[in-house]
Design a protein. Structure first.
Lengths: 169, 169
DNA sequence: ATCGATGCAAACGATTTGCAAACGT
DNA sequence: ACGTTTGCAAATCGTTTGCATCGAT
């Protein structure tokens, strides 16, 4: 997402929604933010520019930002929801079958977010990572009817070729 | 954790807490459960054994189970909290500073849980894994007053020695 | 002029807590 | 007997919504 602001305007137009001063104030405050933001923070930021905004509008606007794929919610606990700018990350991690050597790529935003926040808490800034899970696929475990995800996709095991399946989890 | 029930009794005694029928009913219902459980589920399960229990008691008991390390909460969204039996895993993952080469060990039950459920969804059974985060510590990023967690703990960077700090995150 | 957006306050659902009574030690 | 635990209801928290009004197109 090279230009989130443009993406936002496009989204509004596509949906037949309107550009209002309070929405702009909230969106600007959000995009200006780095890391996690609480809605209360957005409210006070937005109020500096447009003092009449209410909390409900912030909720409504952030929900739109989520739908537009610009904001991502992180739930840390009951009543502890923070939002962050959804970066166009394309990480993929690996699931490797010990038996057939097959590799499945998978993605998990939740894991990405957790590892980032874990690192941040320890004072670290994560640049890249490696996350590999080793285990056995259904076939290798002898499960009736189970299949190796790689084989199931029509590939031969241990081929060393790129993974045949991508799972979003 | 070979015997959760024993661990639970020990925990109660250590803390000077009491064993009550409703607690037992709730704990049994929880330990009998597999996967994720909602508190409402625990309530109705527990009520089959001890009909007078209230929801507040379930909340209070599950909080104790968390403190005892027996239960783990999963927050799926606002108002969508499920609990699962915490397995006694002792994984530790690594946070590696690109600048000083220092390694911090960290643990995150949440990440463990997520990666396992991700794998499970793809038909895998995870036996072991490697999870390494590469990045920069505060000192390496030139943050005023920031320190490399390794250096802060009194170790020399790039020593190749075991990590000096463990972070539970 | 039309139709969506806003602010406010009330509604809502999940979680917590105050309190007097009941229970385990 | 003592201090903890319980159930209940009320309180609290974050979040959503109804509605009359306002604003953007």
């Amino acid at each position: 997402m090279p230009d989130p602001k443009r993406h936002w305007r496009d989204y509004l137009e596509r949906k037949g929604l309107k550009t209002t001063q309070q929405r702009e104030a909230i969106v600007d405050a959000f995009l200006r933010s780095s890391g996690h933001v609480a809605l209360e923070d957005l409210l006070s930021s937005a109020r500096r520019k447009y003092p009449r905004v209410g909390l409900a509008t912030v909720y409504r606007t952030v929900k739109l930002l989520e739908e537009a794929g610009i904001a991502a919610a992180r739930h840390f606990g009951p009543g502890q929801t923070l939002y962050e700018v959804a970066e166009g990350r394309a990480h993929h991690d690996h699931l490797i079958c010990d038996a057939c050597g097959f590799i499945i790529e998978f993605e998990s935003d939740e894991i990405e977010q957790l590892q980032d926040s874990a690192a941040r808490r320890l004072g670290f800034n994560v640049l890249r990572h490696r996350h590999e899970l080793f285990g056995l696929c259904e076939r290798a475990r002898g499960i009736a009817g189970g299949s190796c995800p790689g084989l199931a996709a029509g590939r031969q095991p241990n081929s060393g070729a790129p993974p045949s399946r991508r799972g979003r989890v």
